[in-house]
Design a binder for this molecule. Structure first.
Ligand SMILES: [Zn+2]
Length: 126
């Protein structure tokens, strides 16, 4: 593990159908998971995350799909996920209003301390 982006927790290999062929979790954050920063950044169709309680492999593309194909939000979700599924974390964000979907343009955005939609510029009313 180093600081230059090649950080990886555990080992996970999957075949091209997304089935796990090898999985070794390591303890990180709050649980036993697999998380590969390099794969997330550079290989969007490779395994980059496996949550603690289910053997579901997530790829960078899965994170992108959960985040309206928006790089910034997907990167944020990948950073913060630490043992739950990214779907659960994204849902938590919605409940806590950390992400919103704009009423006007229908796009998702990170809403912490934001008063205007970054996509269409309309103001956000609580
Ligand atoms: Zn908008």
């Amino acid at each position: 593990m180093n600081e230059k982006g090649s950080k990886c927790i555990g080992v996970c290999k999957a075949d091209r159908h997304g089935r796990i062929t090898k999985l070794q979790r390591e303890f990180w954050g709050q649980g036993w998971i697999f998380k590969d920063w390099n794969a997330f950044q550079k290989h969007r169709d490779s395994p980059c995350y496996v949550p603690e309680l289910s053997d579901i492999v997530y790829t960078g593309n899965d994170f992108m799909d959960l985040c309206d194909r928006q790089e910034e939000i997907a990167a944020c979700l990948f950073c913060e996920v630490d043992c739950q599924s990214p779907t659960a974390l994204r849902h938590e964000w919605e409940i806590n209003r950390e992400v919103c979907t704009c009423d006007q343009c229908g796009k998702m955005f990170l809403s912490y301390d934001v008063h205007q939609c970054p996509h269409c510029g309309c103001s956000i009313t609580e």
